[in-house]
Structures are given as structure tokens and as C-alpha cells.
Design a protein around this ligand. Structure first.
Ligand code: 2P0
Length: 324
């Protein structure tokens, strides 16, 4: 029996990953930049045992059906190949996210699984190689290997596409992200399908690709300079460009709900009163507000006039993977 147990934290991109140039290897079309957060994480135990006759996957104490287990099995196949074993595995995962937040994250999930497998089978992968492995499970998972600000270098093959930590003099510890949870429904269009449809059909996608490297350079510069306004402005603009691409896809779609717009408007309203804060959104309607720690009380108080306090969750910068 070979056992591993690991925790990984979710990450939110400030410069988004949106589109793949290789669907099998999960190579992205552009570099992305994220902040790993402490509030949402996944703990995963994996046991490889010769007595098992198939892979089994429990998520939040529930045995998962074939479709969810298949994604895990495909990832385990890569691990088995690396380790030179044919053992099946039992994977037991627990997501620590606010109940029904619609935030179940493939980033923390696949990063935790990769780290647990590394330990179980004594693969002795470096963080870089662990990031490459996690990437094969879910693109954004490669960023959750590391804490703080992280860049995913798109690379051009399996060896050259991985994430690394950005040096920041711990500036991220002065920042926070306020989550406005506006929806607990399963999303209509998964991020995987959404990005594929956009790459294949959206006439706005070329604009996204032209701007992504410029946005990334601005964000990296802002982090170096500890310039919150510059980082917030480019993150918000980059998010809007990503979401703009979906409107020109065939068929068109959007991840926004009326409450998403309400939260975005609230952020703009706060800025008009001199409070520096910026929003970002991913492949769903929840809005994340980037704010300096010192301004959390003010931003929270205003959002509480518009949303239920149970919809607001504060997250701080989080660490990389942890072996349990
Ligand atoms: C991101 N997203 O950079 C972007 C922004 C969603 C919007 O990474 O197909 O679950 O497994 O590689 O990693 C979500 O996409 O997609 C994501 P796959 P993944 O955070």
C-alpha cells in the first residue's frame, strides 16, 4: 500500500488563462498570473493498493460517478506511467469552500491530487515538475503548487509549460480578495467548454491574444513596484477582455448574472468615493474584489448594504501545497 495526503489552496487569476493551444497536454494560449488564497482549499488522500480492481473517488464523503471518476483516472494514468506501476487507487478529497458557493475548484483539487500522488509513490518531483504534472489535470492547478503571486509560463511543450512563484517581497500579505458569492448553481458552460468555444468561434479572441502579454507585463511591473492601483486596473481590464470574448462566440454566452453586474457597479461606486478596489471574475457569476487589507472594513460595509453578509467571504494570500 502506498499512501499520500496533501492540501492545496485555490488561486484566482489576475491575468487570465483563457484558451488552449494543445488540449491533450493542456498548453495555454497565453501566460497567466494568479494570487493563491488561503480561504478555499482541497485536502486529498490517495492510496495505491494492489488489491484494488479499479480507481475509486470520494469527494466530500460521496462516492463519485463514472464521469467524475474518469477525469481522476485519466490523471492517475499519467502518474502510474511516471511511477511504472499499474496499481489502482482510492482518492478521498474534501473541498473546504463555503457551502454551495459554486466555487468547487479544479485548481486546488488537481494540485492536491498531484502532490498526494508525488508523496504516495515517492516520485520525488521538484515543484516545477509537480506543476507540470498538475497542469495535465487542470490548467489552473499548475499555479496552485505555489503560494503568493504565481506566473504560469505557457511554454511550447510538456517540458516548458509550468508555473513559478513571482518574487514580491511578500507584498501580497498586504492585500486581500473579497468574494461576493452571487450564485450557487452549477455553471451552464464549463470553463473547459467555454474557452474551447471562444478559441474556435469568437472574432474577439484575436484581440484577447494581442493584449494578454501586454497586460501580463503591466501586472508584473505593478507587483515589482507594489503599485496597487496599477495592478488592480490591469486585472480588472484583463477580466473584462476575457469575458468580452464570450459575447462574440457562436453560440454566444456570458458568465455574468444581474448580481455580478450589481457587484461590479458597487466596486466602481466605491472607487468614485476614493476607495481603491477592483473586481475580477472567472468562469462563473461570482465576483472577487481585490483590495488592500486596510480598506477591507470600508469595502465590506458597503457591500453589506447590497448583499447578504453570508455572501461575502474574505480571503488573504495563501501558501503553496502542503503535505499532511
Ligand atoms: C484562470 N480559468 O486563469 C481562468 C480564468 C477560468 C477563467 O483557469 O480546462 O479549470 O481544466 O485547464 O484550469 C479555469 O480553467 O480549465 C481557469 P482546464 P481550468 O483561472
Amino acid at each position: 500500500m502506498h499512501k499520500g495526503n496533501a492540501r492545496a489552496f485555490t488561486n484566482i487569476a489576475l491575468i487570465k488563462y483563457w484558451g488552449k493551444k494543445d488540449e491533450t497536454l493542456i498548453l495555454p494560449m497565453n501566460n497567466s498570473l494568479s494570487l493563491t488564497l488561503d480561504a478555499f482549499y482541497t485536502e486529498t488522500e490517495v492510496i495505491f493498493d494492489e488489491s484494488y480492481t479499479k480507481d475509486i473517488f470520494y469527494l466530500d464523503n460521496q462516492l463519485q460517478e463514472e464521469k467524475a471518476t474518469m477525469k481522476i483516472s485519466q490523471f492517475l494514468n499519467l502518474v502510474r506511467e511516471l511511477a511504472g506501476t499499474s496499481c489502482y487507487a482510492k482518492v478521498t478529497s474534501k473541498n473546504f469552500v463555503p457551502t454551495a458557493a459554486g466555487l468547487a475548484s479544479s485548481a486546488s483539487g488537481l494540485a492536491a491530487l498531484a502532490a498526494a500522488c508525488n508523496q504516495a509513490l515517492d516520485l520525488q518531483l521538484s515543484d516545477k515538475d509537480l506543476s507540470r504534472l498538475a497542469r495535465r489535470g487542470s490548467g489552473s492547478a499548475c499555479r496552485s503548487i505555489f503560494g503568493g503571486f504565481v506566473e504560469w509560463e505557457q511554454g511550447n511543450d510538456d517540458l516548458t509549460s509550468f508555473a513559478h512563484k513571482l518574487s514580491s517581497d511578500n507584498w501580497e500579505n498586504e492585500l486581500a480578495m473579497l468574494f461576493v458569492l452571487v450564485n450557487d448553481q452549477e455553471k451552464d458552460v464549463s470553463s473547459r467548454d467555454g474557452m474551447r468555444r471562444t478559441v474556435e468561434t469568437s472574432s474577439f479572441y484575436s484581440g484577447w491574444l494581442a493584449d494578454a502579454p501586454k497586460d501580463l507585463a503591466k501586472a508584473k511591473h505593478a507587483i515589482q513596484e507594489k503599485n496597487f492601483t496599477a495592478l488592480g486596473e490591469v486585472a480588472e481590464a484583463n477580466c473584462l477582455k476575457m469575458h468580452g470574448t464570450t459575447l462574440a462566440a457562436t453560440p454566444p454566452f456570458t458568465y455574468w448574472s444581474s448580481d455580478s453586474l450589481k457587484a461590479m457597479q458597487a466596486v466602481r461606486q466605491l472607487r468614485s468615493t476614493g476607495i481603491d478596489c477592483y473586481f475580477t471574475m472567472d468562469a462563473g457569476p461570482n465576483v472577487k474584489v481585490l483590495v488592500e487589507k486596510k480598506n477591507i472594513p470600508h469595502v465590506k460595509a458597503y457591500l453589506e448594504t447590497l448583499f447578504d453578509s453570508a455572501q461575502l467571504v474574505t480571503a488573504y494570500a495563501g501558501p503553496g501545497i502542503e503535505i499532511l
